[in-house]
Design a protein around this ligand. Structure first.
Ligand code: FAD
Length: 407
């Protein structure tokens, strides 16, 4: 269930193990959160979102409606249990442990993605492996990142400091306001996230996979086991084995399968503007602004940040505009004309780790969601891990940290 970057990768990996696979989705494949993300194969981002110091920063962020973290106040009571777990995860010993567990997935990403991309015939033209440049507005803010950078380095991530002059050589179009930065060496980017999902989806169909439109609302049990999905139109679709990969919408489905899970959404915004005068040759992260600028096939995409507001509230595109304004401080020649604004629902667990798990209740159910800021990055690795679990093969990682019942 779910034809986003995660579900399509899972489908492909299951086909390779010899399963007959049908992907169900209520909409067109790739039109969910996987459609418009920042396109980063962000293998250097193994530190969780909740870090030591987050608790101190939250009040200031929340007072700034266009800061890196904002909240729809009406949603706060619903979000509270998630937020408390999020803050609990920001304690240093937890952060150290979580980083090891996220890095265990990220350190496999290229090894798992490259064959999948090559087999699907997508290749270098859409999937580029190159470093990203993170820039800081002051030496002080670079020093504030010391812990995160050291933590990531200790977990095998290659991060190299660069000077103001090097930044100018690397990206001459950036405003001369950044005294220092770092290159995150193993980063990659895709030229269009939607084309990656649809390219892999086409390959899935070519290899004999099937697709069925279905808005899944519930499950039909026989002899205590889920045996079919029930759709909004009242149809039943029978399965032997089920994988739930419905991104931010997986929570109620998991609950109906017997597992409550603290999944919520970190909404994110961006604007994509066609190429004009502004030039960018790699992904640039402006650390103080919590934004990323990515050169893509259709233009430059500018966005990021987090809005806590659930799955129902309408988008507030003023946030996209505010992020774009910050983007223009970074890359002054950016022009908003013809820009397309977008909002997506990151499927987020409070400890920033995905759920990649067998069901503790039913031996024919698997869960694959909650990839937060890293669903594109972790797509192929998640696919192969779920296929290993479903096929009863030993996975190349200890899977305990990603279990659905870890809370
Ligand atoms: C602004 C922004 C920037 C981002 N940048 C990056 C980045 O640079 N790198 C990165 O790795 N990640 C990034 N992400 C995160 C990434 O986009 C997500 O983690 C990823 O897309 C999640 O994929 P998914 O397949 O789990 O979910 P989705 O793509 O949302 O797919 C879920 C699918 O499930 C279907 N579905 C839901 N409910 C049902 C139902 N009941 N019945 C049937 N079908 C259902 C939906 O229709 C949808 O197609 C970003 C996210 C945002 C918002």
């Amino acid at each position: 269930m779910g034809a986003g970057i995660v579900g399509v990768n899972v489908g492909l990996a299951l086909l390779k193990k010899g399963f007959e696979v049908t992907i169900l989705d209520r909409g067109e494949p790739g039109r969910g959160t996987s459609f418009g993300n920042a396109g980063g194969i962000a293998v250097s981002e193994c530190a969780p979102i909740a870090m030591p110091g987050t608790l101190m920063n939250v009040p200031g962020w929340l007072m700034d409606p266009y800061g890196p973290l904002s909240i729809r106040w009406a949603y706060l009571p619903k979000m509270m249990p998630w937020l408390l777990r999020f803050l609990a995860a920001s304690r240093k010993p937890r952060v150290e442990q979580i980083t090891v567990e996220i890095a265990a997935i990220l350190n496999r990403v290229w090894e798992d993605y490259e064959p999948v991309i090559a087999e699907a015939g997508l290749g270098d033209a859409v999937f580029i492996k190159e470093g990203a440049l993170a820039v800081y507005r002051s030496e002080k803010s670079r020093r504030a990142a010391d812990y995160s950078i050291d933590l990531r380095r200790r977990n095998g991530i290659k991060i190299r400091d660069v000077t103001k002059d090097e930044i100018k050589d690397l990206e001459p179009g950036l405003a001369p306001i950044f005294p220092c930065g770092v290159i995150e060496e193993d980063w990659g980017r895709v030229l269009d996230p939607f084309k990656i999902v649809t390219g892999l989806y086409k390959h899935f169909l070519d290899r004999g996979g099937k697709f069925q439109t279905a808005d899944v609302t519930d499950f039909v049990y026989r002899d205590g086991k889920p045996r079919a999905v029930m759709t909004a139109s009242g149809d039943q679709i029978i399965f032997d084995t089920l994988v739930v990969a419905c991104g931010a919408w997986s929570k109620t489905l998991a609950k109906r399968l017997g597992n409550g899970v603290p999944l919520d959404t970190e909404r994110g915004y961006n604007t994509t503007v066609p190429y004009r005068d502004a030039k960018l040759s790699r992904s640039v992260i402006s650390a103080d602004d919590s934004i990323i600028l990515t050169p893509m096939e259709m233009g430059i995409r500018v966005g990021g940040a987090v809005e806590l507001g659930g799955l129902v509230a309408a988008p507030n595109y003023d946030r996209a505009k505010a992020l774009f304004a910050k983007g223009r401080e970074v890359l002054p020649k950016l022009n908003s004309e013809g820009g397309i604004e977008w909002m997506g629902f990151r499927p987020s667990m409070p400890d920033s780790k995905p759920v990649i798990s067998a069901s503790p209740k039913h031996d024919n159910v698997f869960f694959s969601f909650g990839h937060g800021h890293l669903g594109l990055t972790m797509g192929a690795t998640t696919g192969r891990l779920i296929a290993d679990l479903a096929n009863g093969d030993s996975a190349p990682l200890n899977m305990t940290p990603y279990r659905i019942d870890r809370f």
